[in-house]
Design a protein around this ligand. Structure first.
Ligand code: AMP
Length: 309
């Protein structure tokens, strides 16, 4: 098994109350691949300019990430600058320089077309549709999006949503997409458009999984020092989908476990700038955090405490 991911491959400039990083490796496809490859092989489709330091992606290849779908085009790489205040959920985009990403046209190498699991990262929904046309028989397709596309290309986005099994968005995006302030109703509206499952990410507060008749919550892992929240959402997606691809199962229990793997990988992503923490992560450390999640969420039922219950 392996996962095909299409998304941005970027150079990020980030300012947080704890420091800054300039021109570091980033982008949705890279954070996703760094996290998912802890669990399963990954194939990346994206574009970079001739200025991109490809050697800084070498660590991914050592983890069975196939970068042959990353096109190198004459010109500047996509760059993004963002800053955070003390609330890690509060991010401001300072500027975006599209560079060669502006003309991005995903082209899947032939051996990527048999992908069974597909993650459509946050790109133009028209391009997400183009990728869906190129894969032959995907079994599990997940899509991410953002306010820019919800406003800017709603029609194409709804077409994508009608063709995916899982939509993964943050709470503001779910509300905006459904034009509904209640999150449960918003998720139900999204499910009516096609996806059987909706995952709503809530930053440091964790994430919620909406199934056909069930809801499951996973907390964010309590971390004392959040260094850089960039990429947490994509690392969450990587952990979540990496687990599902590895298990090959679609049971309710596997979806719930996938949520925990997502939150665990997302929590590691924020411990350092760029992919630095994910890069040095060991399988034992991932498992240790999964055990910690079990510890902080499990409780025994006690039915006698409520008077006259
Ligand atoms: P996340 O924090 O998980 O939402 O993802 C952050 C990553 O998304 C950063 O590494 C950015 O390079 C990338 N990014 C920011 N804006 C965009 C955009 N408009 N399109 C694609 N990727 C973006």
């Amino acid at each position: 098994m392996s996962i095909l991911v299409v998304g941005s491959v970027a150079l990020d400039h980030v300012e947080t109350p704890f420091g800054s990083a300039d021109g570091v490796v980033g982008g949705s496809a890279i954070f996703f691949a760094a996290a998912a490859s802890m669990l399963t092989p990954v194939q990346v489709v994206g574009v970079v300019g001739s200025d991109y330091p490809m050697d800084r992606l070498r660590f991914l290849e050592e983890q069975e990430v196939d970068l042959s779908g990353v096109e190198i085009v004459e010109g500047d790489s996509f760059r993004w600058k963002g800053c955070y205040g003390h609330d890690p959920n509060d991010r401001t985009t300072i500027w975006t320089q599209l560079g060669v990403f502006e003309q991005f046209k995903p082209r899947l190498p032939d051996h990527f077309r048999d992908a069974r699991t597909v993650f459509l990262g946050n790109i133009d929904p028209v391009l997400q549709l183009d990728v869906l046309e190129q894969v032959r028989l995907p079994k599990l397709v997940v899509c991410d999006t953002m306010n820019f596309w919800i406003d800017g290309n709603r029609e194409a986005l709804l077409e994508v949503i009608g063709r995916v099994h899982i939509l993964m968005v943050n709470d503001a995006e779910a509300r905006q997409l459904a034009d509904e302030s209640n999150l449960l109703k918003a998720a139900r509206w999204i499910q009516a458009q096609g996806p059987e499952w909706v995952v709503v990410k809530k930053g440091e507060h964790g994430a919620v999984l909406f199934g056909s008749a069930s809801v499951f919550f996973v907390p964010g892992y309590p971390i004392e020092e959040v260094c850089d929240p960039t990429g947490a959402g994509d690392a969450f997606a990587g952990g979540f989908l990496g687990y599902l691809d590895w298990s090959g199962s679609r049971s309710r229990d596997d979806f719930r476990r996938a949520m925990v793997y997502g939150s665990a990988l997302g929590s590691y992503a924020v411990e350092a700038f760029s992919v630095d923490r994910l890069k040095n992560l060991t399988p034992d450390q991932v498992m240790e955090r999964i055990r910690q999640f079990h510890e902080i969420t499990a409780f025994e039922l006690e039915v006698g405490a409520v008077r006259n219950g």
